[in-house]
Ligand binder design. Sequence first.
Ligand code: NIG
Length: 381
Amino acid sequence: MAVVVTGIAELTTNDEELGTLSGAALVIDRGRIAWVGPAAQAPAADDRVDIEGRAALPGWVDSHTHLVFAGDRTAEFGARMAGRPYSAGGIAVTVDATRAATDEELSAVLQRHTVEAVSQGTTYLETKTGYGLTVEDELRSAVLAGQFADEVTFLGAHLVPPGSDADEYVELVCGKMIDTVAPFVQWADVFCETGAFDEDQSRAVLQAAKEHGLGLRVHGNQLGAGPGVRLAVEMGAASVDHCTYLTPSDVDALAGSDTVATLLPACDLSTRQPLPDARALIEAGASIALASNCNPGSSYTSSMAFCVATAVLQMRLSVEEAVRAATLGGAQALRRPDVGVLRPGARADIHVLDAPSVTHLAYRPGVPLTYAVWRKGFRVR
Ligand code: NIG
C-alpha cells in the first residue's frame, strides 16, 4: 500500500541532486521511498498523511552504541562529576554485571534502549558486544544484539579482563573467540587506547577480523593522542570512533581516506573531555558521523538530537552539517548507501519534527521534537 506524506515544510533529503526542498511531499511504497518532490506534483496513493507544515528528515543513523549490558554506574558518574577522571577500568564493572545477568535481563535492556532510541527518531542502529569478554559471553551478547540492532559489532577487544594476561587474551580474541562470534556479526572493533589495547595488539585483532571477512571499526584517540586513528586508516577501517584528541597528521590521514571519523560528543561531555575539532575535520575534507555511544559508563544517552544540538552549539557545526553527520554520516560509517538519505529506492526511514525546520534541533535544545517516525515504511511513532 502506497502512502503519500504531504505538508512537509522542509524536507532534508541528503541527496546531492534533490537537496533540501520546501513545500514537499514523498511517497512510501513497500518499505522504500518511491517518489520525492514538490507537493503540488505528488502522485496519488492509497493513503495520505498530512504533516501540516513540519520538517522531515532521514531517521537518525546511530552508528555507535553499546547496548548489551546489565547493571548501573551511577556512582561512577557521580564520582566523575566530583572530579575523578574517566578510565577504561570502569568497563570491568559492567562486565561483571553482564556476565551475571540472564538472557531475559539482557534482552529487556536491549529492548528498552532500542525502543527509547526509535521513539526519538533513530531508525538504524548499530550495537556492540564487549561486556562479556569470554567466548560464551561474547557469543551470547552477539546473538542477543542481533535480535534488536540493525548491525552488530564484535568488541571482544574492549578491555583485557582483570587478572588476565594481555597477550594471552589477544590470542583468545583472535582465535577461538572470533571464530565463534564472527558468524553472528558484521563488524569487529578494538579499543586502541592506553589502559586497553596497544597498537600491535589492536592491529592483530583487526587483522584477524579481516581474515574472518568482517568490516573494521576502531575506538581511538578517546583519552589522549595515540595510534588509533593512524591504525584505522592503515587497516582500511570503515570508521574510527571518538577522535577526541587528534594531531594534524591524524586529520590529514582521515582526510585522505574513506575512514569516517565518528564523533561522540555526549561521551566527551559525560567524561569531561574536550569536544573534538569537527571543524578541522570538515575543512580538511574528512567524512564525519555523529553517534550517541549509548552505554552505562561513558555516555548514557540514546538521544541523537542531543548530539546534534551539542555539535551545533559547542562544536561550531552548522545545523545542516550536524544533521547530515547524524544521518548520512552514520550510514557512511556503516557502509549503508540505502539509509540516511531520502531518495527513490532508499529505505523509508523518516523522522518528522514538531517544528518547521531542522534549525529547531539546536534552537530548542533539550525539547523532545520528534513528532512521527517511519521505519522500513511502517509508522512506528
Ligand atoms: O565507547 N571507550 C570504550 N568503550 C566505551 C565505554 C564503555 C564503558 O565505560 O563502559 C566508549 O566510551
